[in-house]
Design a binder for this molecule. Structure first.
Ligand code: SAH
Length: 229
């Protein structure tokens, strides 16, 4: 069943705006075919009421269950030099159920503020695409970029993926915690000073076995473990 995204409701009709209407046409939805529509954190089963040039009016048939992720995870992803890598991580983090994505600036991050601000708009669009693909009705929030130095361990379990340091193993994470903060470094990793600063603040340095991973692999690996164990 296809899934679409709406930003407007009129009575029991959901409107697909111009961008979604294009997507809808590409899918060649038949007259009586049912599909899902995400609207304001909820999921609906719908069918076409009226197809117009720049919008599609959908009739709500019923509300469907919108699953909430079992854990509340904030991902502090250090911004890589290659911003395409963050596009991929935003997509995967949305699919994996991350609640909040915080682009984080570390010593070895890309730092040009104007380019980052523009990119955030793209990341918000990627979140919507990934929500449709993964039938996720709750958006992943994207915060404004923050500096690594300002992070504090304010979740129940606070994890630092620091591949220089043999700290904790995955088995030693409190997997039954309900809220997690996870910090992942950029392509070039953290400096020794950054790792120490975060450990001193109380982040648990976790080592993933057996090898050094790319940042996008490291994020997906830890998120899958936290969400499913
Ligand atoms: N260039 C660095 C590697 C950086 S990997 C080097 O040569 O050492 C990028 C980020 O992915 C790291 O900062 C860390 O957050 C994460 N990472 C990669 N492999 C990891 C591992 N085995 N365990 C924990 N974190 C890892």
């Amino acid at each position: 069943m296809h899934t679409f995204y709406s930003e407007e409701r009129v009575g029991n009709k959901l409107i697909l705006g111009e961008r979604e209407a294009k997507h809808f046409k590409v899918r060649r939805i038949q007259k009586n075919e049912v599909f899902r529509v995400i609207f304001q954190n909820k999921l609906y089963k719908c069918r076409v009421f009226k197809e117009e040039k720049n919008q599609v009016v959908c009739e709500i048939l019923e509300e469907l269950e919108a699953k909430r992720p079992p854990k509340n995870i904030t991902l502090y992803q250090c911004i890589t030099q290659d911003l395409d890598t963050i596009d991929l991580i935003v997509r995967q983090a949305t699919e994996l159920g991350v609640s909040k994505f915080v682009p984080t600036i570390s010593e070895r991050s890309f730092k040009k503020e104007e380019a980052l601000q523009k990119r955030i708009e793209k990341w918000k669009r990627i979140v919507i695409e990934a929500m449709k693909q993964s039938v996720r009705a709750f958006p992943m929030e994207i915060e404004n970029p923050i500096d690594l130095k300002s992070l504090e361990p304010d979740a129940e379990e606070n994890i630092l993926l620091d591949n220089f340091y043999e700290g904790f193993r995955v088995k030693e994470i409190n997997l039954s915690a309900k809220s997690f903060a996870v910090i992942v470094g950029p392509e070039g990793g953290f400096s020794e000073k950054e790792g120490k600063m975060l450990r001193d603040k109380g982040f648990k340095s976790v080592l993933l076995e057996p090898y050094t991973l790319r940042t996008e692999t490291a994020s997906v690996a830890i998120l899958s473990i936290l969400m499913n164990c």
